[in-house]
Design a protein around this ligand. Structure first.
Ligand code: PMV
Length: 337
């Protein structure tokens, strides 16, 4: 998980911000979109720097994401003061511990504490919220507060240290997170591939909005370490990345949807074969999956993807929105990316 950064993460931050911890503004602000991976990130080659085994590619969720404001806490404050959606978060909570460990990388002096106010506008029940937009918005707020003026790729290196998928949340549209080859992670950055095209829609069907039992960090570590189905995953991803980029360039939703759906199912296949197994699907998840396939058999252009949780995300064209609503009723949230 994200806690307990060591010297290599501190060095990665220093390489980017140098000694840029003077002349702070009174407060800094940042915002960032959530993203849904179309070709998934599942497995790290470096735990501390969160360097991935493969590249990945996502679509950002337009207006849905996180807004964050930060300021310096008064001298003598013993801990960062963290607010989430207007409510104070206790220092013992996982959310605060993870944020504080990350902020430890950005303190000009030992006793320096932050006040962080962060808010997600992703409907919490939609199953689309994630740590990605949170860390991306936080590094944008830090950049504003300290006046670094870093570009999106440099910021993505910082955001990645908080959560891997956050490297894809510094830009709108289609974003690739490059695997990179360097040991220090300097070349493992988020890079915009294309704008989202006008008719594209992302849907979310909620099976369960509660907290997942096994987080993505632990899940990918267990899968890479124990699943006999993992060996074929990296080559699969490389091929899927090439196919998805072609589909994006051609604005070909059927090709994009087919690869994204197959890629997500392949990822979940690696999880099912982990020991002990990782099965995020609930009965409601499987029902939604079958619903997608039934709708498609009837000519509706809709494809599914799933992350480390039970909710099903959909890809479709705006002209099919009525049919998709009909299939999923009140459980569906639709986003224009
Ligand atoms: O960066 P994390 O720890 O939130 O991992 C994300 C893992 C998946 O959502 C399953 C896939 C992805 O690429 O977003």
């Amino acid at each position: 998980m994200s806690g307990g950064f060591g010297e290599r993460a501190r060095a990665a931050v220093r390489r980017i911000v140098g000694d840029g911890f003077s002349g702070a503004k009174a407060s800094g602000r940042g915002e960032a979109p959530a993203n849904v991976a179309l070709v998934k990130y599942w497995g790290k080659r470096d735990e501390e720097l969160k360097l991935p085994v493969t590249g990945s590619l996502s679509i950002s969720l337009g207006p849905l994401g996180t807004k964050t404001e930060l300021a310096r806490a008064p001298d003598g404050t013993s801990a960062d003061e963290i607010w989430l959606n207007g409510r104070p978060v206790g220092g013992g909570e996982g959310f605060a511990r993870r944020l504080t460990a990350f902020l430890d990388l950005f303190r000009p002096a030992d006793g320096f504490r932050y006040v962080v106010r962060t808010a997600n506008n992703v409907p919490t029940a939609a199953g689309l919220a994630s740590s990605a937009s949170g860390f991306a918005a936080l590094v944008r707020a830090l950049d504003d507060f300290w006046g670094w003026g870093l570009d999106a790729e440099r910021l993505s290196v910082l955001a990645r240290l908080g959560s891997g998928s956050a490297a894809r949340s510094l830009e709108h549209g289609f974003v690739e997170w490059l695997r990179g080859a360097r040991e220090d992670g300097e070349d493992s950055v988020g890079r915009k591939v294309a704008e989202a095209w006008a008719g594209l829609r992302i849907g979310a069907v909620v099976a369960d909005a509660g907290e997942k039992p096994v987080g993505s960090g632990e899940g990918m570590c267990r899968t890479a370490g124990t699943s006999c189905a993992y060996a074929g995953w990296p080559a699969r991803v490389e091929a899927d990345l090439a196919a998805v980029k072609e589909a994006i360039a051609a604005q070909d939703l059927a090709a994009l949807g087919a690869v994204a759906e197959a890629n997500a199912l392949a990822m979940h296949g690696t999880m099912w074969a982990a020991r002990p197994p990782l099965v995020y699907q609930l009965p409601e998840t499987l029902a939604a999956m079958r619903q997608v396939w039934a709708a498609r058999a009837e000519g509706v252009g809709v494809w599914l993807t799933m992350d480390a949780g039970p909710n099903v995300k959909l890809l479709f064209d705006a002209r099919d929105e009525g049919a998709v609503h009909e299939a999923f009723g009140g459980k569906l949230t639709v986003v224009r990316p």
